[in-house]
Design a protein around this ligand. Structure first.
Ligand code: ATP
Ligand code: MG
Length: 427
């Protein structure tokens, strides 16, 4: 016997029981982001490797260890996108969307690929919903992004299990200065570092601040603090942001160790984290990156964005607010037809007429030969509001029975009146 072929490790299939949850959540994300005047951008899943090397930084976890990189038939190095900010910037520069410092407010939803060790909340293909804003430098847009995400958490009913962590990492110049100070500190404490951190002392010492090793976290209590080195412009920017967050009533925690893994950030960085899965996990992460557009060949343009990990978001809703996704209606009308010769095609014809009149209604025809009781129970299970019944009696008299599953009232009417009757019931 031939062996079954299975999917690639860390890459998931999403079957109908799951995709219906995804669809519901995606719809909310799209509606909310559109209500703030953002527009969708779609970029290819594959990009030239050099794009990510240059944008993310060569000495980062993502580029060092996690990219799916291979040569195409033309021997060009290409990479499955590990994140989408670099691609959005590339596309906007390529198509002149940032000419004359044009402002852009964009969102995307799609697969990202990282070669990580698969585990709960960590996959090799995962989805991100993200937002990128180009051309706005002051903190009002930062507040708006934070408000958008806060609104989403409230809608999903998970605002109580997420904490907003906020930090300012200052300008690029500040980080260069701080970097040398930090290197000196690590040189003096080299014996307390693990091998991974030791290897980063000179290549990317700031990443050591992110270390999950508790001994290193303890050592870091004595390390010089980045916040003490940031210039007054960055400090004021951060203070104004915090004051306005207080004013609009968004709760946040300042986490001075929050650095973010990718090189391109400056000033404001933020993450929404949860303890729900045992370990502290980030659901949404973002920040300002005013240097990236220039770095990728565009004119210097301020930029800010965030990305939500869809799998983590959905898992968090399932674990902390399951009511949100349980029992929601999959269909509006359930058509119970039976196994008579003339029955099914009449059911199809009536259904097509109903769809002509109500294009957004979801109508499901049961083609099984199950008895009415079984079909009614299916209708209830799928959350239908109305059941149409076309039995032998109805067929003979050109009639149809309509049952309202909420009120349990049922009525047999002429088939011609079915549209009128449905519109009375539903609208
Ligand atoms: P982590 O520290 O958990 O590795 P990260 O800093 O690498 O996260 P980002 O690059 O900021 O993650 O991506 C934004 C979000 O995308 C994360 O907060 C998370 O929700 C999600 N995410 C990142 N990597 C994965 C993955 N391998 N599987 C599932 N979701 C992921
Ligand atoms: Mg990561």
């Amino acid at each position: 016997m031939k062996r079954n072929i299975q999917s690639i490790r860390g890459m998931n299939d999403y079957l109908p029981a799951t995709t219906k949850i995804w669809q519901k959540i995606e719809l909310i994300l799209k509606n909310v982001i559109s209500s703030y005047g953002f527009h969708e951008i779609r970029t290819p899943i594959l990009e030239k490797t050099i794009l990510f090397n240059r944008a993310i930084g060569v000495i980062t976890d993502v580029v060092e260890k996690e990219m799916y990189t291979f040569n195409d038939r033309n021997n060009e190095s290409i990479t499955l996108r590990p994140e989408n900010t670099a691609s959005c910037v590339r596309a906007c520069i390529e198509h002149g969307l940032l000419r004359n410092n044009n402002e852009q407010r964009l969102w995307y939803l799609g697969q990202m690929f990282r070669y990580e060790r698969p585990q709960k909340c960590r996959y090799r293909q995962f989805y991100q919903f993200g937002v990128e804003v180009f051309g706005l430098s002051d903190f009002y847009i930062e507040i708006e992004l934070i408000l958008i995400v806060s609104r989403l958490w409230k809608i999903f009913g998970i605002d109580k299990v997420l904490n907003l962590e906020l930090n300012s990492i200052g300008s690029l110049e500040t980080r260069i200065k701080y970097r040398s100070i930090l290197i000196k500190f690590f040189e003096c404490n080299k014996n307390k570092l693990d091998n991974e951190s030791k290897s980063r002392i000179y290549s990317n010492p700031l990443r050591i601040l992110d270390s999950k090793n508790q001994d290193i976290q303890n050592l870091l209590n004595d390390a010089p603090k980045l916040f003490n080195y940031i210039d007054s412009k960055s400090k004021f920017h951060f203070k104004d942001l915090c004051n306005l967050l207080d004013l609009v009533g968004v709760k946040y925690y300042i986490n001075q160790r929050l650095i973010r893994g990718l090189d391109y950030y400056n000033d404001t960085v933020f993450e929404w984290v949860t303890d729900t899965f045992g370990l502290k996990k980030t659901i949404c992460a973002g920040g300002r990156y005013d240097n990236l557009i220039k770095e990728l060949g565009g004119k210097k343009t301020p930029a800010i964005g965030f990305a939500i990990g869809m799998e983590r978001l959905i898992l968090l809703i399932q674990e902390t607010n399951p009511k949100f996704i349980e029992n929601f209606s999959e269909i509006d009308i359930y058509f119970a037809s039976f196994c008579n010769k003339n029955n099914k095609h009449i059911a199809i014809m009536i259904s097509e007429k109903i769809r002509d009149s109500f294009p957004s209604l979801r109508l499901f025809i049961d083609y099984s030969c199950n008895n009415l009781k079984k079909q009614l129970s299916q209708a209830n299970k799928q959350g239908a509001k109305i059941v149409l019944i076309l039995g032998e009696n109805e067929i003979q008299k050109n009639q149809i029975t309509i049952k309202n599953l909420y009120t349990k009232i049922q009525k047999t009417i002429s088939q011609e009146k079915v549209i009128l009757y449905i519109s009375k019931l539903l609208y």
